[in-house]
Ligand binder design. Structure first.
Ligand code: SDX
Length: 436
């Protein structure tokens, strides 16, 4: 149902000065209703003002629902816990893209389509030669993903639904290959081509960790953990990077360029870069006895330090993904024979202390998905600099699904916010000879 045309349109009165104005209110299927302020400026001569969009709904969507107070995350109505437990990542990709869980035949066809798009154009490999070996892999990813527009002209016409779907499949299929190439390049090892007889996660791990001089032995437990980590990171409503992709796409930019914009935004430590920052923080704390000093710093208004991997704009309860990530962390550690990781001891103690501290309780700061992911990924053999790259690989399906939903929205228009201007009033140009 399109909320804008549903029968249950209500209206809300807004009084600005001595003028009362009425705006339509739309109910969603679940979650908060919205008040449509599209005509607010025309009616009142004023803009609404919401830096950081703390109370602003930017779009109507049917893809992901989050209840931050209850710690609920649904992909197309299915709880993240059930999808992570019972499904695989490509099933989640199909669900996010098409809106329904696939039948066995649809799943087989989708897996086959993705598998047969995992190779990148051979000239893509020359891009990597242009980067320094010590370039941050997210810099490489952002550059190479943007470059895809230069190779796949046959899927950049966003008005053609067939090309939109081909571009979507290409993005989902090629991100692991581009990511693995970024990693291999950074460690001076040769690129490993994808293999069509491997599942998505195993293929990715092999491209990262295989070497030409010996047979790669897949580890089913680590592959399952990787696949589950991809599911947990696949989509998350209108987060910063998804909103970036939507805004970029609203101008008609091609999907590859929009996903590159999403990568750039995800890199920030307040967003997808938090998994790298959280592990670096745990390394800096190093021992449980040093935790109180960092808790004090996190509470100190004059100290810019924040507990990385803690807090969330929407979750004011435990991030449901963090619970699953913690369980996955234990599985990976026991599989690789690491009874425990000292950093995990620090993380568990830090979480215990924080969750009993009035500051964190009052501000409703809980561990988010990035708190345990770093320990897990480190145990799987990834360097810290690759953590956000893995987040980008997984989030690509969310970005592309949200982009596709926006392009297919008949009400879609270019995003163009306004501002509160507090700069200089109009003044005349002064020749340089008369400036003091
Ligand atoms: C992701 O949006 C998404 O859905 C993102 C994501 C996704 O899947 O796409 O879930 C992925 O980005 C998870 C978040 C990863 N980021 C971090 O872990 C970085 C650390 N967290 C914070 O920087 C912060 O919590 C944010 C950025 C996540 C949320 O910030 P908000 O919503 O803008 O909240 P805020 O900065 O206004 O904080 C509210 C209060 C402030 O205190 P007051 O000014 O009210 O006194 O809580 C404090 C903050 O100082 N606070 C923290 C804190 N996070 C918030 N204090 C200490 N440590 C922290 N981590």
């Amino acid at each position: 149902m399109d909320a804008k045309t549903g029968a249950n349109i209500k209206s809300g009165k807004v009084v600005v000065g001595d003028k009362e104005t009425t705006f339509p209110i739309y109910d969603g299927t679940i979650g908060p209703a919205v008040i449509d302020i599209g005509k607010f400026y025309a009616e009142t001569g004023m803009f609404t003002y919401d830096p950081g969009y703390t109370s602003t709904g930017s779009c109507e969507s049917k893809i992901t629902y989050i209840d931050g107070d209850e710690g609920i995350l649904l992909y197309r109505g299915y709880p993240i816990e059930q999808l992570a437990e019972h499904g695989d990542f490509l099933e989640t990709c199909y669900l996010l893209l098409y809106g329904e869980l696939p039948t066995a035949a649809q799943k087989a066809d989708f897996d086959n389509r993705v598998t047969h798009h995992t190779m990148v154009h051979e000239q893509m490999s020359r891009f990597y030669q242009g980067f320094r070996r010590d370039a941050h892999p997210m810099a490489v990813m952002t550059g190479c993903v943007g470059a895809l527009s230069a190779f796949y002209h046959d899927s950049t016409d966003i008005s053609d639904p067939t090309q939109r779907m081909i571009a979507s499949i290409r993005m989902i299929a090629k991100m692991p290959t581009i990511a693995a190439m970024a990693y291999k390049y950074s460690i001076g090892q040769p690129f490993i081509y994808p293999k069509n007889d491997l599942d998505y996660a195993t293929n990715f791990l092999r491209m990262c960790f295989a070497v030409p001089c010996e047979e790669y032995k897949p580890n089913a437990v680590l592959a399952r953990a990787m696949d589950r980590i991809f599911i947990l990171h696949a989509d998350h409503e209108q987060n910063a990077s998804t909103s970036t992709v939507r805004l970029a796409g609203s101008s008609g930019a091609n999907p590859f360029a929009c996903i590159a914009a999403g990568c750039a935004c995800l890199w920030g430590p307040a967003h997808g870069g938090a998994n790298e920052a959280a592990l670096n923080m745990l390394r800096e704390i190093a021992k449980p006895e040093r935790i109180p000093e960092y808790i004090r710093r996190a509470k100190d208004k004059n100290d810019s330090f924040r507990l990385m991997g803690f807090g969330h704009r929407v979750y004011k309860h435990y991030d449901p993904r963090a619970k699953i990530m913690q369980k996955t962390c234990h599985e990976v550690l026991s599989e690789i024979g690491l009874k425990d990781d000292p950093l995990l001891d620090v993380a568990l103690e830090l979480e215990r202390i924080a969750l009993h501290d009035d500051y964190f309780i009052e501000k409703k700061l809980y561990p988010n998905i990035d708190f345990y992911s770093g320990i897990t990924l480190k145990a799987m053999g990834f360097p810290t600099t690759m953590f956000t790259v893995l987040f980008a690989v997984a989030r690509t399906v969310g970005w592309i699904s949200q982009w596709k939903e926006m392009i297919e929205d008949p009400h879609q228009k270019i995003g163009r916010p306004r501002q509160l201007y507090t700069g200089a009033t109009q003044r005349d140009y002064l020749p340089i000879s008369r400036r003091k």
